[in-house]
Design a protein around this ligand. Structure first.
Ligand SMILES: [Zn+2]
Length: 316
């Protein structure tokens, strides 16, 4: 059995001195350095090598590494793709169907860009409370404080306030309320037209076509980027079907119909998710559990990944 380093990326872009200089992401020049470091210390593999190893015990080169990019940002095309082509690296990309087809900005990204407009998160939390009160007249402050106690559990990347804001607006508030609150805050603080912003933020179909043509693999990342592990089986089925349709019919990756990968949005999944994916011939599931992946058949739907941030000290 081989082990593989699967690296997860989200925003890789020019960050300093831009409108969104507070966005949490990887500066492009650090990505260059990271690729150099990986080239020196690892051997790049592609998605099909990973499959061969898991399903046919094919031996991989020593220190294999696979790069994965979640959320389908246009940065992937503008900055990452030329570097990958130059270095002959075949990576996996996980865009979200609805954001590309309907030019919507996903809630998860609205939250990131709203956060990026604030240096004082206490101030943002206060604004969020006030905004909820606009739409829910008798919303109590005690209720809000209780949610803070429940959700504000920091992790290695986000402090208490940030994780509270993310969890509250990603799934804790009812869909209707969080949708309205996000719309309000996005308009007020990010101040961009959603449709235009979506076109700026995400890959378009022509860019994806070109990337597929050069050997990049596009996998499933939900159709609406929902917490799969938290929604009922029926809703999951619809989400997984729609995402599958996007990969095979819209992106026309016929060669992946019986062997596509999924990267679970937010790393959230349960046994129904795996059953539903497997039924549609999904072959690999990527989580956000930060570890090296052991490429065993039993692990095929729970493969670990490391985050790009885990390698920052290696390149500084
Ligand atoms: Zn995602």
């Amino acid at each position: 059995m081989d082990c593989c380093t699967i690296v997860m990326y989200h925003y890789v872009r020019k960050i300093k001195n831009t409108k969104f200089s507070n966005i949490k992401g990887l500066e492009l020049n650090l990505f260059h350095k990271q690729i150099k470091y990986f080239k020196k210390n690892y051997n790049f593999i592609n998605y099909f090598d990973l499959l061969e190893s898991i399903y046919n015990n094919k031996k991989l080169p020593i220190n294999p590494i696979l790069l994965t990019f979640d959320d389908g940002f246009s940065d992937n095309y503008n900055y990452i793709f030329p570097i990958l082509v130059k270095e002959n690296i075949k990576a996996c990309f996980f865009p979200v169907g609805s954001s590309i087809i309907y030019n919507k900005v996903l809630d998860v990204h609205k939250i990131h860009f709203i956060l990026s407009m604030f240096s004082d998160y206490n101030k943002l939390i206060k604004k969020i409370y006030e905004t909820i009160c606009i739409y829910e007249k008798d919303y109590k402050y005690e209720q809000f404080l209780q949610l803070y106690d429940k959700l504000a559990i920091p992790n290695i990347f986000d402090n208490k306030n940030v994780i509270f804001i993310k969890r509250l607006l990603q799934h804790e508030l009812s869909y209707e309320i969080r949708n309205k609150v996000l719309k309000y805050l996005f308009n007020k603080y990010v101040n961009e037209n959603e449709k235009n912003f979506s076109k700026y933020l995400y890959l378009n179909l022509n860019q994806i076509e070109e990337m597929i043509h050069k050997g990049m693999v596009f996998g499933h990342h939900g159709f609406e980027h929902l917490w799969l592990g938290e929604i009922d089986k029926k809703r999951q089925e619809k989400e997984i079907d729609n995402g599958f349709n996007f990969l095979t019919n819209v992106l026309k990756q016929k060669h992946l119909v019986d062997k596509w990968p999924i990267s679970y949005p937010y790393g959230s999944f349960n046994k129904h998710t795996i059953q539903l994916c497997e039924k549609l011939n999904c072959k690999v599931g990527l989580t956000t559990k930060f570890k090296i992946s052991e490429l065993q058949y039993e692990n095929r739907f729970t493969l670990n990944r490391l985050d790009t941030n885990h390698f920052l000290e290696n390149i500084s």
